[in-house]
Design a protein around this ligand. Structure first.
Ligand SMILES: NC(=O)c1ccc[n+]([C@@H]2O[C@H](COP(=O)([O-])OP(=O)(O)OC[C@H]3O[C@@H](n4cnc5c(N)ncnc54)[C@H](OP(=O)(O)O)[C@@H]3O)[C@@H](O)[C@H]2O)c1
Ligand SMILES: CC(C)(O)[C@@H](O)C(=O)O
Ligand SMILES: [Mg+2]
Ligand SMILES: [Mg+2]
Length: 402
């Protein structure tokens, strides 16, 4: 076990002892219920403490935990607020439903009769009660959560800006609009708090982790603090929308790392690597099923979850000595080959090239159809058609689940 993971384990064990010793069983159960919304075994709530400074590989950072914001406190804190959540994509769905389940006043604002409107109705938001056209929702809100697409945040800003009046809080889940203001022209009024809560994962995961009684990691930041309470509000809102742990960042650091990561190993790089590996297997006479199993299925179903659960060394130890030797030899080769690409990518993010592309593409009226066309092309690639058949053999496969 590495020294970092040992330290983490010890700190978590210590915290659970503190909680366990300090609380009678009944109080502990109600704490657990309040933190995760349902009864959970004592072991599942280890490490409950509000704020902690932790050593991340030699660097001390502050982490905020939702344990400081148990449901009664959260509800009391926001009792005079209306969260106007503008946009109902992946994040609108996850954050909106979580905040609603946490008992807060939430209204959704989206284009009337668009796809998001339809999805919001499907999720139980009621037109005229909790679902409104964008401008109406903003007028009702005290906390304006801008979860429109980053391109739409820019194009709608001239109409939205005058409605963000003094005393309201402006909230984003990405540093995009604010940091790249020369391209987006989003410049907030000087008399409102401007904060960021950026869940580090898909909005679908924001929802599923919340329902499982866990919480996603989120980055939080303050751009403008006129009330002196902006940071506190960011933390409370992060908890409200389903975060478990909150990490400090800045708007700049969030947007650079996020745009970089999703174009890199989170999405773009891994798609490219899967495809390249598959292609060479096929060129060498391997069948589609063998190429897919050896590339995607084993990665996602067997090895990557091991990395996720306990780290890279754990995954290595779960594989043969033969695999370990070869992978250890080839890892630096891939690292060296990819470093210049990652350098180029970071620069393309930092200098705004990626921002301008996103604004152009997603600013089109046909953004949904254009994207659907490209995704359909991927879906039709042999690798993913083979994958469809491989998945269809899983015991839990249901034909309507894809
Ligand atoms: N997706 C994630 O998991 C994730 C994770 C962390 C942070 N974020 C950030 O969260 C924010 C929201 O992202 P998202 O993925 O949830 O949404 P998204 O898919 O990027 O955007 C969808 C929303 O934008 C609306 N929209 C698009 N063009 C519009 C226009 N011209 N006028 C009015 N509305 C328009 C859509 O409404 P219609 O249906 O009417 O088109 C829909 O409600 C972004 O800042 C994003 O970077 C996202
Ligand atoms: C889910 C991601 C990739 O982390 C997010 O950054 C997004 O833009 O959707
Ligand atoms: Mg992103
Ligand atoms: Mg992200």
């Amino acid at each position: 076990m590495s020294s970092v993971s040992r330290a983490l384990r010890q700190s978590s064990r210590h915290a659970s002892r503190v909680v366990a010793q300090a609380m009678p069983k009944a109080a502990y159960s109600s704490l657990a219920r309040a933190v995760v919304g349902k009864a959970v075994p004592r072991a599942a709530i280890q490490g409950v403490r509000g704020v902690k400074t932790m050593d991340f590989a030699g660097v001390k950072e502050t982490v905020y935990e939702r344990s400081d914001w148990l449901l009664p406190k959260l509800q009391e804190y926001f009792k005079n607020d209306t969260l106007a959540l503008i946009g109902y994509g992946s994040q609108g769905h996850g954050q909106g439903l979580n905040a609603r389940d946490n008992g807060l006043n939430v209204v959704i604002g989206v284009r009337k009769d668009g796809e998001s409107w339809r999805q919001a109705v499907e999720d139980g938001w009621v037109p005229g009660e909790t679902l409104f056209p964008i401008e109406e929702a903003i007028k009702k809100g005290t906390i304006i959560m801008n979860l429109l697409s980053d391109a739409a945040q820019s194009s709608t800003w001239p109409t939205i800006a005058p409605l963000i009046t003094k005393g309201k809080t402006l909230y984003f889940s990405h540093g995009f609009s604010i940091v790249f203001k020369d391209d987006t022209h989003v410049i907030p009024p000087p008399d409102v708090d401007v904060i960021l809560v950026a869940p580090k994962g898909s909005g679908r995961t924001v929802r599923t982790l919340f329902k499982e009684g866990r919480g996603i990691n989120s980055s939080i930041a303050v751009w403008q603090d006129v009330t002196g309470k902006a940071k506190e509000r960011a933390i409370a809102l992060a908890v409200a929308v389903g975060s478990g742990y909150m990490y400090d960042t800045t708007f700049e650091k969030e947007v650079y790392s996020d745009l970089y990561g999703e174009r890199g190993v989170l999405m773009g790089a891994i798609q490219g690597l899967f495809r390249a590996q598959y292609e060479i297997l096929r060129r060498n006479g391997h069948t589609p099923s063998e190429a897919f199993n050896e590339t995607v299925e084993e990665a996602t179903q067997s090895l990557y979850p091991l990395i996720g659960a306990k780290g890279m060394d754990y995954m290595y130890n779960a594989c043969s000595t033969t695999a370990r030797r070869g992978a250890l030899d080839w890892a630096p080769v891939f690292e060296k080959a990819n470093l210049p690409i990652f350098e180029r990518l970071y620069e393309s993010v930092r200098n705004g090239t990626e921002t301008r592309k996103a604004l152009e593409f997603n600013g089109r009226k046909t953004y949904r159809e254009d994207l659907a066309r490209e995704l359909e092309e991927i879906n039709n690639q042999e690798i993913w058609r083979a994958g469809h058949t491989v998945r269809s053999l899983r015991p839990d496969y249901r034909p309507d689940s894809e």
